[in-house]
Design a binder for this molecule. Structure first.
Ligand code: ZN
Length: 381
């Protein structure tokens, strides 16, 4: 059967990116003749694992942004500006590699740009917020500041349209992910990271006011993405890995919790993604009630598991550069075998962070093939 499957996967590679992904995946599942049971859809597979149930095999949810733009052959500036291009790139990447999901994650400047922050655009890099000209460099500017509606034609609306079009394109086959900035990351975006770090001790009241603004705006943004068809909302709170456990518990956790609870109340699920070394705060991350917590590579998976408990679904955590880009399919499979042992059944295959753009395609394929060849057990909650 191998050569038959091999021919089929090559056919998927050359399928036009605007192809009907539902049909491609339905066909692919039907043609998987070695399976006794019906293969699950990517969406069913992820939902099963997030719900503590058994899936036909492990789900794979690697984050792709610049990598996906390269797969489609577009400049990253276009990917970040135009949801139709982002959607094409995500659909083509999911088709090519067999991912179980598609995502609208692109860069941290969506919200900040809409609020009026100065953003530097690049032809082939993610847009960046200019820290020296941060929107709330002057604290007084936060007082009485009202964020515009998420659907007022800006970069947030572009993401919402992206969610809508992804849902339309992938149907029920794949899981669709929206994205918002978490309180600490957005605080760094709007205030400047170095100013924010001083604010924690100098002006706690201001930090809470800033985080409240961030979270209430993020809830509005998440609401329209869920309405547009997002299954899960990624909460990117990168800057939280820079604070210690005391500041995390006092300032960050309560606002993350407010955001997570609000997304749940709207019928969404949450994927928490904090880039970097979260060893000192990962226990707190595990008590937010997120359906899925990403673990970046600096945190040993067995430690993350021990600190978050057996019921928390964790994703990760290959090193995107050392393991995934610079590895080989063989070293990647070995690393994933170890990860699976350390992570236990509530686990989703991914790198710790974004798949970097010059990663060899066979390495990404090795990750997905590992997932496809390994069963999940599920746990009873
Ligand atoms: Zn990350």
């Amino acid at each position: 059967m191998r050569s038959f499957e091999g021919r089929f996967s090559r056919r998927i590679e050359f399928m036009q990116y605007y192809g009907q992904i539902s049909d491609v995946f339905k066909m692919s599942r039907k043609m998987n003749l070695e399976r006794v049971v019906r293969a699950m859809t990517g969406r069913e597979r992820i939902l099963a694992v997030l719900g503590g149930q058994q899936a036909d095999h492990l789900p794979s949810m690697p984050i792709t942004m610049m990598f996906a733009a390269d797969v489609l052959g577009v400049k990253y500036g276009q990917y970040a500006r135009d949801y139709r291009i982002l959607v094409d790139a995500q659909v083509k990447t999911a088709e090519t590699f067999g991912f179980d999901y598609v995502s609208t994650i692109s860069d941290p400047a969506r919200e900040a740009a809409d609020y009026g922050a100065n953003v530097q655009w690049y032809e082939d890099q993610p847009p960046a917020i200019i820290e020296e000209e941060a929107l709330f460099a002057n604290k007084a500017d936060l007082v009485g500041y009202k964020a515009s509606d998420a659907l007022s034609g800006g970069r947030r609306e572009d993401r919402v349209r992206g969610v809508e079009l992804l849902r339309e394109r992938v149907g029920d086959e794949l899981f669709v992910e929206g994205w918002v900035e978490g309180p600490c990351a957005e605080g760094a975006d709007l205030r400047g990271i170095s100013r924010l770090m001083l604010d924690f001790s100098d002006d706690p009241e201001f930090v809470h006011a800033l985080f409240e603004f961030n979270v209430e705006s993020a809830i509005q943004f998440a609401a329209v993405q869920i309405k547009a068809g997002a299954d899960i909302i990624g909460v990117g709170d990168a800057a939280a890995s820079l604070v210690g456990p005391r500041i995390y518990k006092e300032f960050v956790w309560p606002w993350e919790k407010r955001l997570v609870d609000a997304i749940h109340a709207m019928g969404g699920k949450v994927r928490l993604h904090i880039c970097g070394n979260t060893r000192r705060i990962v226990d707190g991350m595990g008590t937010l009630g997120c359906e899925m917590v990403d673990i970046d590579f600096p945190v040993p998976m067995e430690e993350a598991r021990a600190k978050t408990g057996p019921g928390q679904t964790l994703a990760g955590n290959l090193n995107p550069v050392k393991d995934v880009r610079d590895g080989t399919p063989e070293t990647i499979v070995r690393a994933l075998e170890t990860l699976q042992q350390n992570a236990g059944p509530q686990w989703i295959v991914a790198a710790g962070c974004e798949i970097v753009r010059d990663t060899p395609h066979e390495n990404v394929r090795a990750m997905v093939q590992f997932a496809q060849m390994h069963a999940t057990e599920g746990i009873t909650r």
